[in-house]
Design a protein around this ligand. Structure first.
Ligand SMILES: NC(=O)c1ccc[n+]([C@@H]2O[C@H](COP(=O)([O-])OP(=O)(O)OC[C@H]3O[C@@H](n4cnc5c(N)ncnc54)[C@H](O)[C@@H]3O)[C@@H](O)[C@H]2O)c1
Length: 286
């Protein structure tokens, strides 16, 4: 696809919607944003202007208004089943039949979401990574009944944004969330067992395995509430103990210590998002 002159509707202007909107605008697409929190969508649209793409981002008052003229619709609402289904059903109802309909879900079955939203065969997983304007991968997830042409359109959309797509079959957690969440959980279990500090665990993976970030600092970047939602969904779907949310994560979220977005998670951060050292853990875990 040619990004210039094409329109992307982004439903949910949070961490991922913001980054994807930026990647699309940088590639030359027009972006229409919708968020239940109007101010969140306004902030993203303004940031697109600030990035030198004046007029690239506009804000719609509802899902229908956002998707009406879109060539690609990408759902980026929180990883909560009922919210995803309601948003996708509305998007399917109001988007042009020719529009590509994608979801950025990290863990949910694409086929199950599509069936519940009344659009079997239409929905494609387009799983971006955080920060979406920088990360090069898009995991394109096809359900058994996804037409091959839709898969190719999804790959073309990813390439138009300068990303590299991989195509995988629909299964809870796909490839990347299974691998990433399993590693993150093991890191949290090590932390809560008191074997090592957060910074030692992160240094182990950065320096010993050449990961660009450690698993706990990555969890802070993702958002610990988002991580907990992902784990709950994946654990429910796969029924495998390794995806059960570790207690330290449950406690951090209960204490509203959500990572970078609240200024503290496993680490503390200043307003410039600079890491200030380890944060005290609620309940004295570790
Ligand atoms: N955060 C990550 O690192 C990451 C990475 C890959 C994929 N994902 C997936 O991307 C999706 C979004 O995650 P996020 O981290 O951006 O979440 P987020 O909480 O940062 O943002 C979600 C946004 O959706 C809005 N919203 C809530 N209900 C809505 C509704 N009914 N209609 C429209 N907007 C609504 C919220 O106001 C918020 O701005 C999830 O499915 C998540 O699993 C997240």
């Amino acid at each position: 696809m040619r990004p210039e002159g094409s329109t992307l509707a982004v439903l949910g202007a949070g961490t991922m919607g913001r980054g994807i909107a930026r990647a699309a605008a940088t590639a030359g697409m027009r972006v229409v944003l919708y968020d239940v929190d109007r101010a969140a969508a306004d902030r993203v649209a303004q940031a697109l202007d600030g990035a030198g793409t004046v007029g690239a981002g506009t804000v719609a008052a509802d899902v229908a208004g956002a998707v009406r003229d879109a060539d690609v619709v990408l759902e980026c609402v929180p990883e909560i089943l009922a919210v995803k289904i309601a948003t996708l059903a509305e998007a399917h109802r109001h988007a042009r039949p020719a529009a590509l309909l994608g979801t950025n879900t990290s863990t949910m079955s694409i086929a199950a979401l599509a069936a519940a939203a009344g659009c079997p065969g239409r929905l494609l997983g387009l799983h971006f990574f955080n920060p979406a304007e920088k990360m090069r991968l898009v995991e394109v997830v096809r359900a058994p009944d996804t037409p091959p042409a839709e898969v190719r359109r999804g790959e073309a959309f990813a390439r138009a944004l300068g990303k590299t797509p991989i195509v995988v079959l629909d299964a809870p957690g796909f490839v990347t969330s299974r691998l990433g969440l399993a590693l993150g959980n093991e890191a949290m279990l090590v932390l809560q067992s008191g074997i090592a500090s957060a910074s030692a665990i992160d240094a182990a993976m950065r320096l010993g395995f050449n990961h660009p970030m450690g698993p706990l600092e990555l969890a802070d970047l993702v958002g610990l509430d988002a991580r907990l939602n992902n784990l709950r969904t994946l654990h429910e779907a796969r029924r495998e103990d390794r995806f059960a949310p570790p207690q330290v994560l449950v406690d951090l979220v209960a204490a509203n210590q959500l990572g970078l977005k609240t200024g503290a998670g496993f680490y503390r951060y200043d307003e410039q998002r600079t890491q200030l050292g380890e944060a005290p853990l609620p309940g004295g875990a570790a």
